[in-house]
Design a binder for this molecule. Structure first.
Ligand code: TEU
Ligand code: CA
Length: 553
């Protein structure tokens, strides 16, 4: 069944770093409104905002202290309503971030739980009696240390799978679920297009809570050991869908990890829990239970395999949301392009290979201009709580401070969170004040303004990709056509057909050296090429380094 969001192009905004309208160094909602035309020109239809609710910002807004308020640093509720209205005028949709695995320890519910742990709000959380010398379970939080923390003023402890300022909400409690649905509907009534749903697989715990085999020297185990065992999340997710999104025909995209393959139709089939879910197959590649320091880099062949694996798994069950990066990941151009080869051509190649996959393309702010990782010289410059923990983990594993810092530079979430580079003016045109996080020093060469007037820029290339997706002649094929890998075994080459009412071939030479391909049939038309020409003899094309082509066959 066709859905309104199938043919859309989405864009993720990290509000704190997008555009600062009032010079306090923090991006804000009025700043987003100022840039709506820029996004509209790029061809964006759906805009997902990372959280801008009231929050102590312990985890940059993923710790919400009031789900019904906008944090004053980001603006007011009127600003938010204006943003929704301005978007609507441009046929654009706003998604907010739904962070309901946990709230903030400064949320009223948590305060009340501390006052009366046996009362109504105590049951909103996972509380256990404190036992001297023994934790309720041996799970390690995603941000380091035990998941258990003393509940202030009581003889109990509470569970937090993320930071201790992010207590987990107890989804087993129907009263809590009602509160969540009420909030979602309240926002949808304001005219939101839908939600991106944060860390959602964590809401179902394997009960009763118990220990698992430790996986590091610290005697703790990853939360994922417990999640592997948890069953029955579908009951919560189905209920949420029926009580909220479905009634509004809203778009919902889940941050889903570790789903069981047989559950895919339940997740994103025709009547799935969500409209779509992100494909993280590339971002999780090479990850290690030991920590970032032990992660192995991804090669072009790995990247190809990961993309095709996901595509095959989903087939026509539903629509994945495809990303190159997000606010939790390093910049994709620094990760997926071999070291030393990050350049205009390779950035465009990566863009085209990803954008033409079947699914909903999500562009993360700055990706469209080829923003890169942030060079760092000391751990004191790092803001990301996850990176700060991983630094300690790396040191504890015996890495030297220099080596540990190199690990952090590779994976720190700050890489994606540096201010958006609008121009070559001071602070990259992001703010008239001192930005909350260092601007990447390469802003004088990588910025929106210069790329808007440069036909050859990454930005213009993204615009062309969007235009192909929206072209009435190709739309049906790009949106609904099946994906069929070609020359799968060829080293450093990623190629696939999209077959619908037309047949398109997307082929990228994923290396610096040239490489030849022989077409099975002649092409009719070149839809996109990141080089001026095609070197060709009859059916054989000699692809230049990092050349990418989109051909109509
Ligand atoms: O991220 C969750 C996340 O990245 C992972 O920890 C995930 O749950 C795990 O890998 C599952 O295997 C989201 C947000 O994107 C991030 O910014 C927040 O810090 C986090 O949730 C907490 O809200
Ligand atoms: Ca501001």
């Amino acid at each position: 069944m066709k859905k309104w969001w199938h043919d859309k192009v989405a864009y993720q905004i990290y509000p704190k770093s997008f555009y600062d309208s009032n010079g306090d160094g923090i991006g804000d909602i009025p700043g987003i409104i100022d840039k709506l035309d820029y996004l509209h020109d790029l061809g964006v239809d759906i805009v997902w905002l990372s959280p801008c609710y009231q929050s102590p910002l312990a985890d940059q807004g993923y710790d919400i202290s009031d789900y019904y308020k906008i944090d004053p640093r980001f603006g007011t509720m009127e600003d938010m309503e204006r943003l929704i209205a301005e978007a609507k005028k441009r046929n654009m949709y706003i998604l907010m971030d739904l962070v309901v695995n946990h709230c903030s320890d400064e949320h009223e519910w948590f305060r009340k739980a501390c006052e009366d742990p046996d009362g109504k709000y105590g049951r909103f959380f996972y509380l256990r009696d404190k036992e001297e010398g023994k934790l309720p379970t041996n799970w390690r939080s995603y941000f380091g240390g035990s998941v258990w923390e003393d509940l202030p003023g009581t003889d109990k402890q509470y569970l937090h799978v993320f930071h201790k300022k992010q207590p987990d909400l107890n989804w087993e409690n129907p009263e809590l679920r009602e509160e969540v649905y009420k909030n979602i509907n309240w926002w949808l009534d304001k005219g939101l297009g839908g939600f991106r749903i944060d860390a959602i697989m964590n809401i179902k715990k394997a009960l009763p809570l118990h220990d698992y085999e430790p996986d590091r020297e610290d005697g703790l185990c990853s939360v994922s050991a417990m999640l592997q065992e948890a069953r029955g999340i579908g009951e919560f997710l189905g209920e949420m869908r029926d009580r909220t999104f479905k009634k509004y025909d809203a778009f919902s995209v889940g941050e889903v990890f570790n789903e069981k393959p047989e559950e895919l139709p339940d997740f994103i089939g025709d009547n799935g829990y969500f409209s779509s879910m992100f494909d993280f197959n590339e971002t999780i590649f090479g990850g290690s239970e030991k920590g970032w320091y032990d992660a192995k880099p991804i090669t072009p062949d790995d990247y190809k395999r990961c993309c095709f694996e996901s595509q095959k798994r989903i087939g026509e069950i539903g629509f994945l949301s495809n990303i190159i990066e997000n606010h939790d990941e390093p910049r994709g151009v620094c990760r997926y392009i071999p070291e030393g080869d990050c350049c205009l051509e390779s950035k465009k190649m990566l863009a085209a290979l990803n954008f033409m996959l079947r699914g909903i393309p999500f562009i993360y702010q700055g990706q469209e201009i080829g923003m890169e990782n942030l060079p760092i010289s000391s751990i004191d410059e790092v803001d990301d709580i996850s990176a700060r923990d991983e630094y300690k983990v790396a040191l504890a594993a015996g890495l030297s401070p220099e080596e540990a810092l190199r690990t952090i530079a590779r994976f720190s979430r700050d890489n994606a969170r540096t201010p958006m580079q609008w121009s070559d003016e001071e602070n990259a045109g992001f703010s008239a004040g001192k930005p909350w996080l260092k601007v990447n020093p390469n802003y004088s060469s990588i910025n929106v303004e210069s790329q808007l007037s440069d036909e050859n820029s990454v930005l213009q290339f993204y615009k062309k990709l969007v235009a192909i997706r929206k072209d009435p002649a190709y739309k049906e094929t790009v949106v609904y056509g099946i994906l069929e890998p070609v020359w799968e075994e060829k080293h450093n080459l990623m190629a696939y057909y999209r077959k619908g009412d037309k047949t398109l071939l997307v082929v990228g030479n994923y290396q610096r050296g040239e490489q030849e391909i022989t077409l099975e049939t002649a092409y009719r038309k070149v839809l996109l090429n990141n080089y001026k020409d095609i070197v060709q003899e009859k059916g054989t094309i000699r692809l230049q380094g990092y050349q990418v082509l989109i051909l109509e066959m």
